[in-house]
Design a protein around this ligand. Structure first.
Ligand code: ADP
Ligand code: MG
Length: 777
């Protein structure tokens, strides 16, 4: 059934040629026990491997059932090894991490035999070799003779026609050798057995036919066979391994090496831990940086007021020369010289409005507009104001007083309404402790410091009866209603042409033209760094002032004041500037008293400044609009520092990534090298190249996922002590924060990298010559 025709196999190492098989021609019967005897190095193993399809001959032909194997593809050879041949080796070649049963089943696992059939056949084979009592043991719990029985069971489980034994008793004592020989002899009754041995006694005692081998040539054949069979139908069932089998195989291997695998996974997870922590830190630092930047900028917005200091005109301070003149020189001081009147024109307002929304979402416009406010307490109506100024020791009308003195106009803090009504700006810096965030321009809020304190004047000016340090319930304040009265109802004209405020009566309070506003909530500063964003007391959106201006722009008193050269309320003669202020105060001017721009980051602030500078280009000195950048000095310093920190962190992350990549590749490569023998065994059992690659891919997959998950978990656990340490050093809490998305991405990266690192050596291993792989120790 098997015939070797002029088979040659030469090995070339350097300049020397080893003729392992030198023109060997021999035929075997379908059933016989052939022993091949010969000295070491004579080519016996090479011939056996050639017959079994583990090693492909250089020239000649191997005919199976009369069919030539010259045109066999790799898949045909795999199928031939799997279906027709059983191998038994001197060193047993049992896969250590699989159970006895799994080892015996492996050949059938590779060819996709169903579980039930596989088990039945394996148990039958194990029974045949007398190991029924030991099937639940691990290979390392068996003796040499027992291991060889497992190997025999594995070889015959799939009922092959050919059994190839390479010195099966070479490692066994005499008594065990006899037992194994008896077993092989028994098996030879049903098939062709070709056994290589160096023990002539055993060969003569058990074999039917003895072939003596030397120098790659047959020297003597005790019972030659030369009946050349005709080519019969010779069918081979192709083998294939499912990924599931590969995964199971790898999982088993990993399970038996728990400690080692855990160490390996830990080693390759170190890189992942590094990256995860760097990410967590830079995440937190970035958040912190952004927060600091936006808080700083919220306290020090870019400010454009009607008057500004033009630093470019202030000359050097000490350039005064001593003079001998006896005259006094009248001179305008440098400070006065540098005062610049900004012309906030409509076109400038439009220019500011066009600032890229991504650079600065919030712009506040403050107006020097007074508000005619009334509040009713205990059925009595009184004039109130949002001012923080102490009005108790002033004779003049309080609102007027503050309007003329305070730069913010009429008191109270103004926040940018932006597109969202200012909610985002407030949410960033304040949290609600009672009531809610404002929902419309008619909702005002009371701001308190972190200790819940607020300016007493803010409450007094709203007609709350409070003393220093007195505590008020939230519900006393939240919901308080205040009426805004328009000028025409608030002021009455006298026959003299002057205007005076009407008495604050209940009927004025109930006038249907009034707008009702209410204190919607009490908001508290979120953190220390948000303090001073707005001063404590009442705050309202710039939209409210804009609405009031809209209502009063064309009121009688405004019209009168625009015409008159005196204060229409007092009759006092006024100059042009005071007149302008009066018109503004009465709501007759739509020009803001100041513009506050709040960029989100220092970088964006620089862009905004650059944009504002562009406006002044080519304009005459008096037409220029000069801004004040109070955050300037702060940002120059911290901005650079923050950037440096970020770059360092990113660099660290990069280094960790590269390190872990190399580490993973090395670890998998070593693992592949270490399992070369197993690759050989699997090949002898008929595994395809693809199957081998798959086994290792599956293993690296498990390892990759494992180390990724481990790394992310360890990194996450480490963020807790890191945060405690950082808190004690920097007073920043929760800096290290691992983003779950980053965690998942890192696990994927770890898996992909591990598989990449392992795939290449796995491919190399799969390509390895099976015979060479088996020869390796
Ligand atoms: P035996 O089994 O009879 O002891 P082998 O078949 O193992 O002998 O080897 C026959 C000869 O071929 C030996 O000289 C051995 O060194 C050589 N040989 C076997 N495999 C290789 C190989 N992969 N590369 C080079 N020489 C080899
Ligand atoms: Mg040998």
């Amino acid at each position: 059934m098997l015939e070797l025709k002029h088979i040659k196999k030469y090995y070339y190492v350097g300049d020397s040629v080893t003729k392992a098989l030198d023109d060997v021609s021999v035929a075997f019967r379908s059933q016989e026990f052939v022993a091949i005897l010969g000295p070491s190095g004579s080519g016996k193993t090479t011939m056996l491997n050639g017959i079994g399809g583990l090693d492909i001959y250089d020239s000649g032909d191997l005919a199976i059932e009369g069919k030539s194997t010259k045109d066999f593809s790799a898949a045909d050879w795999d199928a031939y090894r799997n279906n027709s041949v059983g191998f038994i080796f001197q060193s047993y070649n049992i896969i250590g991490h699989l159970s006895i049963l799994d080892n015996v089943e492996m050949g059938m696992t590779l060819s996709g035999v169903s579980n039930a059939e596989k088990k039945e056949k394996a148990l039958k084979a194990l029974d045949r070799v007398g190991l029924t009592d030991h099937i639940n043991k691990k290979p390392n719990q068996l003796s040499g003779g027992q291991l060889q029985r497992v190997a025999i069971a594995r070889a015959i489980a799939n009922e092959p026609e050919i059994l190839l034994c390479d010195e099966p008793t070479g490692a066994l004592d005499t008594e065990t050798s006899e037992e194994i020989m008896k077993l092989i002899k028994e098996l030879s009754a049903e098939r062709l057995v070709i056994m290589v041995t160096h023990n002539p006694d055993l060969a003569h005692e058990y074999a039917d036919r003895i072939i003596e081998f030397a120098d790659g040539k047959i020297q003597h054949d005790s019972d030659p066979y030369d009946d050349h069979a005709d080519a019969e139908q010779f069918k081979l069932k192709k083998t294939k391994m499912t990924f599931w089998t590969a995964l199971k195989l790898s999982f088993n291997n990993i399970r038996t090496k728990k400690g080692r695998t855990a160490l390996t996974a830990f080693a390759s997870s170190i890189g992942i831990i590094g990256i995860a922590i760097v990410l967590a830190l830079s995440n937190g630092f970035q958040t912190q940086i952004n927060k600091t930047q936006s808080n700083t900028l919220a306290q020090f917005p870019i400010t454009i007021s009607q008057t500004a200091q033009d630093s470019s005109t202030t000359g050097p301070q000490n350039n005064k020369k001593t003079t001998k003149s006896n005259k006094v020189v009248a001179k305008i001081s440098d400070a006065d010289k540098s005062v610049h009147q900004n012309k906030i024109t409509k076109s400038y307002l439009k220019y500011v409005k066009n600032i890229n929304g991504n650079l600065s979402k919030n712009i506040t416009y403050t107006y020097a507009t007074g508000m005619n406010l009334l509040r009713q307490t205990d059925g009595k109506t009184k004039t109130v104001s949002f001012s923080n100024a102490d009005s108790s020791n002033s004779n003049s009308p309080s609102a007027m007083q503050s309007a003329m003195s305070a730069s913010t106009g009429v008191g109270g803090s103004v926040y940018p309404s932006a597109n969202d009504g200012g909610t985002n700006f407030l949410k960033k810096h304040y949290k609600v402790i009672a009531g809610s965030y404002p929902k419309s321009a008619n909702d005002v809020i009371l701001l308190v410091d972190r200790d819940n304190s607020t300016n007493i004047n803010a409450l007094k000016n709203l007609n709350f009866d409070v003393k220093d340090n007195q505590k008020l319930n939230y519900d006393k304040i939240v919901g308080t209603k205040i009426k805004v009265v328009n000028n025409n109802n608030y002021y009455q004209s006298l026959p003299t042409g002057n205007y005076v405020p009407n008495k604050a009566t209940n009927s004025l309070y109930n006038n249907k033209d009034n707008t009702t506003i209410k204190i919607a909530g009490i908001l508290r500063v979120k953190s220390k760094s948000s303090e001073n964003v707005l001063s404590s007391g009442i705050a309202y959106s710039d939209k409210l002032t804009q609405n009031i201006i809209k209502a009063n722009k064309n009121s009688d008193i405004v019209k009168a004041q625009k015409k008159a050269d005196s204060n229409v309320m007092t009759g006092q003669t006024v100059n042009k500037d005071t007149k302008t202020n009066l018109v503004s105060y009465l709501g007759g001017s739509t020009t803001p008293a100041s513009i506050l721009i709040y960029p989100n980051t220092f970088k964006n602030k620089d862009k905004v400044l650059h944009y504002l500078d562009k406006y002044n280009k080519g304009k005459s000195k008096s037409d220029k609009v000069i801004y004040t950048d109070m955050a300037g000095t702060v940002s120059d310093l911290t901005g650079g520092l923050m950037d440096a920190i970020t770059y360092v962190l990113v660099a660290f992350a990069g280094i960790s990534l590269v390190t872990s990549m190399i580490m993973i590749a090395i670890i998998t490569y070593t693992s592949v090298l270490e399992r070369t023998k197993e690759i050989g065994i699997l090949k002898a059992l008929g595994a395809r190249k693809k199957d081998i690659t798959r086994v290792f891919d599956a293993e690296t997959f498990i390892l990759g996922v494992g180390s990724g998950v481990l790394g992310v978990i360890i990194a996450w656990l480490l963020t807790f002590p890191i945060n405690i340490v950082l808190k004690s050093i920097t007073d920043l809490s929760n800096v290290a924060h691992l983003n779950p998305v980053h965690g998942i991405v890192l696990i994927i990266i770890s898996t992909v990298l591990t598989m990449l690192g392992g795939h290449i050596p796995a491919r190399m291993a799969a390509k390895k010559d099976a015979a060479t792989a088996l020869r390796s120790e």
